[in-house]
Design a protein. Sequence first.
Length: 532
Amino acid sequence: MATQRFDAVVVGAGFAGLYMIHLLRGEGLSVKGLERAGGVGGTWYWNRYPGCRCDVESLDYSYQFSDPLQQEWVWTERYSAQPEILAYAEHVATRFELRPLIQFETRVTSAHYDEHTHRWTVATDKGDVFDTRFLIMATGCLSAANTPAFPGLRDFKGRTFHTGLWPQNGVDFTGRRVGIIGTGSSAIQSIPLIAAQAADLTVFQRTANFSVPARNRPSDPAAVARVKSNYPDYRRRARQQAAAFGPDNPRGLDSVLAATPAQRQRRFEEYWQLGGFMFLGAFGDLMLNEAANAYAADFVRSKIREMVKDPQTAELLSPKGIIGCKRLCADTHYYETYNRANVHLVDVSQHPVERFTTRGLVAGGVEYTFDDVVFATGFDAMTGSLLRMDIRGKNGVSLNEKWAAGPLTYLGLMIAGFPNLFTMTGPGSPSVLANMVTGVEQHAEYIHDVITWLRKENANAVEARIDAERDWVQTVNVRSQLTLYPRCNSWYLGANVPGKPRVFMPYIGFPDYTAKLDDVRAEHFAGFELQR
Ligand code: N01
């Protein structure tokens, strides 16, 4: 196949890729989008499992770059379900005429940099070769599905599904005996719906997870009208929040340690009723201090005991550690589902899932037989989608070598030794700890600005300086150590994937990150260097 030449190749057509393509085309660059899926939407294309919905409210989890777009789109629920978010991504692709620039069902297999031409050669599984100056990885933080390598998996005669790679047309579990492995967000959302349909559902839980009721409901027209009457101001205030959403949400700034037992109980109850992530905003120190956090964790455990009738099951479902250390889950009737006669919980914390057989799986020496097994086993987060490609920078050094001890980036945007390669919401940026749509817009605009600067300066390439990268990685680490986040085996640390280096990957605090980007820009993109 003949090599095709572009100014920019954007890998991924989720929220990040769509806006990046739009911006670069607007700058007059020739742009090619490459997407492994059959359509746009990224994570919302793949995660079609029952119950899949966002845990950031719809009015926040949407683009802000176009006021007509944010005014015209109607979200029907407080927390949008996957089909509506996918429809929104499709609408954006249509409205901004992005599809003609994107090649679907095409997976990038390798990307190699040539320091003489300052260009990247990108190859795909379809045999295409692209020659591009800029390569932008809009590949998502949670898009490399993780299926543990259970022995015998291939022998299993039933159907298997991964929540993150769900079949396009859904799955009918009516009358079937289903097993599900995992109890993270995807499992917690899908279990109530699978249980309602299947004949029998067995949940294999390795670590109990904290979940709070989402309290999803239809959108409130008055609240929507209020936000839309001054959306730019709402967005501006949202960007000042630690996670870039919910500027009007109540937040307790005082310490739980200073509250009386009655005050604590009242406040936790009030925030529990609000639903979703707001619960962790009940007091100001819940994520900063282990003793403070324990009060919130105890409160949720007491709720689990109220909701789950069988005391032994309630005990197994009660998480032991720090609430919010692993990503907090938001559910609709998750715990109550265990009161159903057709739902069984198997604790695999001490006796892991050992292997699969033709009929099911073996855990703790017992064989469980199933028609279907669902893997709700998560993702090789933040780095997986990049490291599954063969990416090579200067001197042929591979990204796998460079990141052998954990990801190294400057601002989560660029990697020293990999000129003209940009990572959107990469490790070292707030990414998964903030509103992802706001994060991708911020990165798309910043990458656009860096490229505009390079072109104005008539340079051939831009690269993160190694010292800037080293300092930034250190900053990200130090910041995480000030919180409770590093104290559990979360995917933020890569702990869910055997052999992955244990490094806290996201940067905590959207407003400080924004301030840093602004400072860098004001100092003529300090830390980035141009090559001519
Ligand atoms: O994945 P997870 P997820 N044997 O990694 C278990 C976003 N998201 O897809 O905790 C047995 O959280 C594993 O056990 P353990 C959100 O950011 C958002 O659910 O490692 N079990 C865990 O229970 C979320 O955090 C939304 O001990 C095994 C589960 O599998 C992120 O995606 C909805 C195992 C994996 O949980 C990932 O969520 C869905 C093994 N060998 C997802 N290997 C919303 O917006 C793994 N597990 C609401």
